[in-house]
Design a protein around this ligand. Structure first.
Ligand code: SAM
Length: 299
């Protein structure tokens, strides 16, 4: 094991996704700020674990520490895309109001040296870990080459995929016991129980074009069942919709109401009298709420 100063220098030389304590006071400064706790995760003791979309490997190493018999970390996108080169292109697209050409991620922005895997490799070495890293797209990898796992972690990946149902079918093929599925999710207040997907390719967060579909909790359950899971339990569900007094910024209703009144006045002016009493102005539709949902889906 190298000296602490050497490790700290290597840690400082890269951008981290996960915050991890590598020992001897060396802690990575990841930009992911929220983590699942033990109460949301299954027991890893003596289990085989597949961590899909592992990135720096926080959950892979956690499973290993918690006694997993075997841990495989699979990723390719965040490991191979050179974000320092690619992000300015996405900013340009955002400013020009056009959608990016995603195929460039796997051509000119792809770096076979896997710059995004350096964090995983540094942590792997610091922990003297036995976690096995596989560079692959889990959705297209030959399932027989990976096998099946007691626990499959599918955390923060679903909404990044263009074909969410096919992705869940691939997760199902790899799951022998339980799949832990965490995703960006959608709640439309007043439409409880609605099973739908929001399409966000046009980017709803700054210049991040990597989000495709955001499911409601009901859609997530139904997609899991359609993918072949036998039972799905909600571990983190939708938050209570914000009440008018605690809500943050609300949709501006001024334009909505004044437009309705303007049309009514115009009708009156044109025909000289009101055809009927002023129409009631409908309430504005409630703002959708985005949150992170977590389900356990059983094989
Ligand atoms: C938001 S990060 C989540 C990282 C980690 N699972 C967590 O929850 O902290 C999404 C990860 O999914 C990975 N990913 C996206 N599509 C993938 C695919 N088809 N196969 C494997 N990994 C994928 C990305 O490379 C990235 O590491």
């Amino acid at each position: 094991m190298e000296n602490v100063g050497g490790l700290q220098d290597r840690v400082n030389s890269i951008v981290w996704y996960h915050t991890m304590d590598l020992g001897n006071g060396v802690v990575t400064d990841g930009f992911c700020k929220t983590y699942l706790g033990a109460d949301h995760l299954p027991d890893f003791e003596a289990k085989s674990v597949l961590d899909i979309g592992a990135w720096d490997g926080y959950y892979s190493f956690l499973a290993e520490r918690a006694g997993a018999s075997r841990v495989v970390a699979v990723d390719h996108y965040a490991w191979g895309v050179d974000f320092a080169k690619r992000n300015p292109y996405w900013v340009e697209c955002h400013e020009a109001g056009v959608l990016p050409d995603h195929s460039r991620d796997t051509t000119e922005f792809w770096d076979p040296d896997m710059p995004g895997k350096r964090g995983f490799d540094i942590a792997h070495e610091a922990y003297a870990s036995r976690v096995e890293a596989v560079v692959a797209n889990f959705a297209t990898v030959d399932p027989s080459s990976l096998g099946t796992f007691d626990v499959v972690l599918f955390l923060g990946v679903l909404y990044h995929l263009r074909e969410p149902l096919a992705a869940l079918e691939a997760v199902r093929r790899l799951t022998g016991g339980v799949a832990v599925i965490e995703t960006e999710a959608l709640l439309i207040p007043g439409r409880d129980g609605w099973s739908g997907l929001e399409f966000t390719a046009g980017c709803y967060r700054g210049y991040d074009y990597s989000n495709w579909f955001t499911p409601t909790l009901e859609a997530l359950h139904e997609m899991c069942r359609a993918a072949g899971f036998s039972r799905v339990t909600t571990m983190i569900g939708a938050p209570s919709p914000p009440s008018p007094t605690t809500a943050g910024p609300v949709r501006q209703t001024g334009d909505w109401r004044s437009e309705a009144l303007r049309i009514q006045r115009g009708v009156r002016r044109r025909v000289g009298y009101a055809l009927h009493p002023p129409l009631p102005v409908p309430a504005p539709p409630p703002e959708p709420v985005h949150y992170r949902a977590l389900v356990h889906a059983y094989a």
